[in-house]
Design a protein around this ligand. Structure first.
Ligand SMILES: *[C@@H]1O[C@H](CO)[C@@H](O)[C@H](O)[C@H]1NC(C)=O
Ligand SMILES: *[C@@H]1O[C@H](CO)[C@@H](O)[C@H](O)[C@H]1NC(C)=O
Ligand SMILES: *[C@@H]1O[C@H](CO)[C@@H](O)[C@H](O)[C@H]1NC(C)=O
Ligand SMILES: *[C@@H]1O[C@H](CO)[C@@H](O)[C@H](O)[C@H]1NC(C)=O
Length: 252
């Protein structure tokens, strides 16, 4: 009897171990999928380029993000953002529907402004879009309320208006705090760059019209820095005049 029982108990032991192994594995795979689905601190780093590449119709926007270095900037800031970011990514079709030369006519600074205009410094889901109040700041907005968009939203339909372009946010390529990436069928042309008044309000410091079509987001910083240069140059002239006078005084 004993000799018969031993193999059977051995068998059941093996069976129990096998079952335990199965249960363990089941738990492990579950834990893995749970971790991937959980919000909060996800292990995989956010890859904006990857999200857009996967969308496969954003090569122009990807190129602009790279050329203007806005993409890098966002990636860097995503690490310690409190508000998050929302990126409105126009499709290649949207860019090819622009009037020819629209992009090329822009200075590098205005191109950056245009790209930053498509970045909202806050994470918006379809639901939070509904509770936002207009105008909505973009990453290109200065302190003076320029470069903003208006958003109207109801029942999962979100419309965006720049005052020059009206379009709607269609599908989300990615939406999990801190990053939302939405697809746009039109390029958002900022009113401050393409509106009828932009030609009138242009001479914000520069009297001649050989410079860029409109004042970009950081033109104020530019003009103040150039006046700082003038100031120091004047100081230099005064300094050398005074120095010269002192020298003459010493000689005489
Ligand atoms: C992001 O995705 C792109 C395209 O899929 C890939 O080439 C790149 O190596 C990825 N970057 C990181 C940091 O994972
Ligand atoms: C969005 O725009 C479309 C077309 O112009 C319009 O029919 C719709 O009512 C708008 N939706 C909202 C929420 O404003
Ligand atoms: C945007 O919304 C603000 C506040 O509601 C309004 O004053 C402004 O005229 C709107 N601009 C456009 C272009 O719709
Ligand atoms: C500005 O441009 C217009 C047409 O492009 C030209 O006729 C005018 O002479 C220019 N003015 C100055 C100050 O350069």
């Amino acid at each position: 009897m004993a000799s018969l029982q031993t193999p059977s108990s051995l068998l059941s032991l093996l069976l129990i171990q096998f079952l335990l192994l199965l249960i363990n594995q089941h738990h492990l795979t579950h834990a893995a999928t749970d971790a991937a689905a959980a919000p909060g601190p996800t292990p995989a780093p956010l890859n904006l380029t990857g999200i857009l590449v996967k969308g496969s119709q954003y090569s122009t926007f990807l190129r602009l993000l790279k050329e203007t270095q806005v993409g890098e900037q966002i990636i860097k800031e995503l690490d310690d953002t409190v508000e998050g970011f929302t990126i409105l990514a126009p499709t290649d079709n949207a860019f090819s529907n622009l009037k020819t030369g629209t992009l090329n006519k822009l200075s590098m600074q205005d191109q950056s402004g245009l790209v930053l205009y498509h970045v909202l410094p806050k994470y918006y889901s379809f639901v939070t879009f509904e509770t936002t109040s207009n105008p909505v700041r973009t990453q290109a907005s200065g302190n003076n309320g320029v470069y903003t968009v208006n958003v109207t939203s109801a029942r999962n339909q979100v419309n965006v208006s720049t005052g020059v372009v009206d379009t709607s946010i269609t599908n989300a390529l990615y939406s999990e705090f801190p990053l939302a990436v939405y697809s746009l069928d039109k390029v958002l042309l900022p009113y401050d760059l393409f509106g009828p008044k932009s030609a009138v309000s242009k001479p914000r410091g520069t009297p001649d019209n050989s410079t860029s079509t409109a004042a970009g987001p950081s033109s104020e910083a530019d003009s103040s820095s150039s006046s700082a240069v003038v100031f120091t140059a004047r100081n230099l002239v005064w300094g050398s005049l005074v120095g010269f006078a002192v020298l003459m005084g010493l000689v005489i």
